[in-house]
Design a protein around this ligand. Structure first.
Ligand SMILES: Cc1cc2nc3c(=O)[nH]c(=O)nc-3n(C[C@H](O)[C@H](O)[C@H](O)COP(=O)(O)O)c2cc1C
Length: 206
């Protein structure tokens, strides 16, 4: 079993990474493989709605999204982490998530997901409200801890001093491992996710 953790920060080993590492540590302790995938420090654009991905299964732009799609194919679970930038997810994370989901969303369906964010002080719940929309769309069981998944700090040392936030991250790791193990045992005993029929798409005008 493998969990792909997305670091949407321009800092490879910053605050978001510190939170993701705590989740990954607990997953590893439970025997679950992990990979923290960093989006990099170069600006990533958003989706331009060209819909080329519907034909190719990939994004026409940079490698970052396509690399993540390849990894998503074999991942059993996901954690989407972002720093808070002006009370929302980072621009890179927003552009990445939009493009990952439209080009590679078929590899997300029914796989457990968690979200988390890192902030100096504010805008955390708005960021989580934004990030949670992606797993909700793909029918991904949401993994939580005993508080909203945020850590506070301007650097990793400060984040490590956020004892409650860090413990919530560890809870998320343990809870994710538990759900993954339950899903695996279920599959071994003939219980898989439901085969939901396609939904009607109505656009409210037809
Ligand atoms: C462009 C920008 C906007 C930011 N906006 C906020 C904000 O709205 N609220 C906040 O608490 N911190 C804000 N911060 C601070 C970061 O969210 C915070 O330091 C975070 O923990 C950094 O995580 P990272 O090291 O993973 O990048 C902002 C930082 C940047 C660069």
């Amino acid at each position: 079993m493998k969990v792909l953790l997305i670091n949407g920060s321009p800092h490879e080993k910053g605050c978001t990474y510190t939170a993701l590492s705590a989740i990954a540590g607990e997953l590893n302790t439970a025997g679950v493989e992990t990979e923290i995938f960093w989006l990099g420090a170069k600006p990533l654009g958003g989706c331009v709605a060209c819909y080329a991905c519907r034909k190719t299964g990939g994004c026409v732009f940079d490698e970052v999204v396509n690399q993540a799609i390849e990894k998503a194919k074999t991942a059993d679970g996901f954690v989407f982490g972002s720093p808070v930038h002006y009370a929302g997810a980072s621009g890179n994370m927003t552009g990445f998530m939009d493009r990952l989901c439209i080009a590679g969303g078929q590899h997300l369906y029914y796989k457990p997901a968690a979200i988390c964010c890192s902030a100096r002080r504010g805008g955390t719940t708005a960021t989580l409200d934004q990030l949670v929309k992606y797993p909700q769309y793909f029918q991904m069981p949401l993994i939580s801890g005993n508080y909203w998944a945020m850590v506070h700090g301007s650097n990793p040392a400060e984040v490590l001093r956020d004892e409650e936030g860090m413990e919530v991250m560890r809870q998320i790791g343990r809870n994710m491992a538990w759900v993954l193990q339950c899903i695996e045992l279920g599959k071994a005993n003939g219980i898989d996710h439901p085969n939901n029929p396609p939904k009607p798409v109505t656009n409210f005008i037809r």
